[in-house]
Design a binder for this molecule. Structure first.
Ligand code: PHE
Length: 357
């Protein structure tokens, strides 16, 4: 046997061993290139055939062909085995156990403020009020002027306003088109009066916005429920009776109530409505500033100018209105110390109210 024949045998032995050790199709591809590539190990030996002694060349040539065929066949077989094993492993990996029990659904729940809103909707529904909603983006005309608050009226200080289209990049400066984020739900009074014919009996829950420095008891974003009643012979006594009934329904029969004079440009007379302190029951504590009382809403008889802005004749109809914040009701209900938690979207906080209560 010639030296070249020896090297061919040796290459076959080596290559078959390497092939057996190749763990995946990539390794086999590398091996194939190292054998059959342009300067591959087998290619080089085939070139050397040209220098073989002419008497030996046919035999060595046949051997070279046999080695090449054997290696090609071995590579094809090995690839087939590897591809199949790979597919099998993937299938096993991705197998779905149809009999496995499903994971329990994570059921969401209402935000505690929305639970308060639902409770109020329910109470006022029982009192004969229907729900009437208005937009969060309003105009100055609706949020202020129709409510008897002309431009530059000093009472505007009560409602620090965020302007949607701001002048000179300052959200406290109105642009000419007067678009704002509503500072209260009272503009919905106007919308309701224009859309409905008396007798009107609506509540208007919704989100409001004010330019506030945010702290534990002030947010720039909060929720109100407004109420509006317009009918013939509606009186302050009706408002009083309804609110007393409302407070006892929400906070229990033992709740004491009182009215104090208040001021709003859109009601005349205006009142503040207090309930006995929800923390101490009236004996005086830090939560009620030692007074024993908590103011829960503002209210009053709808100002004739406001009725007129709503398209209603004040000589024929009277109305009362009230507005309250939901966020404080929520804080008091759960003993939550900081208003900012309500808007935090922090699940560690929110998941403490799983039943929505
Ligand atoms: N809109 C008033 C506020 O935001 C509340 C209010 C509503 C007062 C209706 C009287 C009548 O403070």
């Amino acid at each position: 046997m010639t030296e070249l024949a020896d090297r061919l045998h040796q290459l076959q032995t080596d290559a078959l061993a390497e092939l057996a050790a190749a763990a995946d199709a990539r390794a086999v591809g590398g091996l194939r290139a190292s054998l059959f590539g342009r300067s591959g190990r087998l290619t080089t030996l085939l070139h050397d055939l040209a220098d073989e002694d002419p008497t030996e060349r046919p035999a060595t040539g046949m051997l070279a062909n046999a080695v090449r065929d054997a290696l090609e066949a071995a590579i094809t077989d090995r690839l087939a085995v590897l591809v199949e094993a790979d597919a099998g492993a993937r299938l096993a990996d991705e197998a779905i156990d149809m009999s496995a029990p499903s994971r329990p659904w994570r059921v969401g729940h209402l935000h505690p403020t929305m639970t308060v809103e639902r409770d109020l909707r329910e109470i006022f529904h029982a009192f004969g009020f229907e729900v009437f909603e208005g937009p969060e983006i309003e105009t100055d005309a609706m949020n202020f002027e129709a409510l008897n608050i002309p431009p530059d009226h000093p009472s505007r200080d009560l409602w620090d306003t965020l302007y949607v289209s701001e002048a000179d990049g300052d959200p406290r400066q109105p642009a000419a088109d007067g678009t704002i984020l509503r500072t209260h739900t009272s503009p919905v009074q106007i919308r309701a009066m224009r859309a409905l014919t008396p007798p009107i009996r609506v509540i208007t829950p919704g989100r409001c916005f004010r330019y506030e420095a945010v702290d534990a008891s002030h947010g720039f974003e909060f929720f109100q429920v407004e109420g509006l009643v317009v009918d013939r012979d509606t009186s302050l006594a009706d408002l009083k009776g309804m609110l007393e009934e409302f407070a006892r329904t929400l906070y229990g029969e033992a709740t004491r109530t009182r009215f104090r004079p208040g001021y709003y440009p859109f009601t005349e007379p205006s009142v503040a409505f207090d309930v006995s302190c929800l923390v101490c029951g009236g004996s005086g504590c830090a939560a009620c500033g030692r007074s024993g009382w908590m103011t829960i809403l503002g209210a009053g008889m709808v100002h004739p100018t406001v009725l007129r802005a709503g398209g209603i004749d004040p000589d024929e109809f009277q109305g009362y209105a009230f507005g309250m914040g939901l966020d404080r009701i929520t804080l008091l209900r759960h003993g939550i110390p900081d208003l900012r938690l309500l808007m935090s979207a922090d699940l560690r906080f929110l998941e403490q109210f799983p039943a929505g209560r």
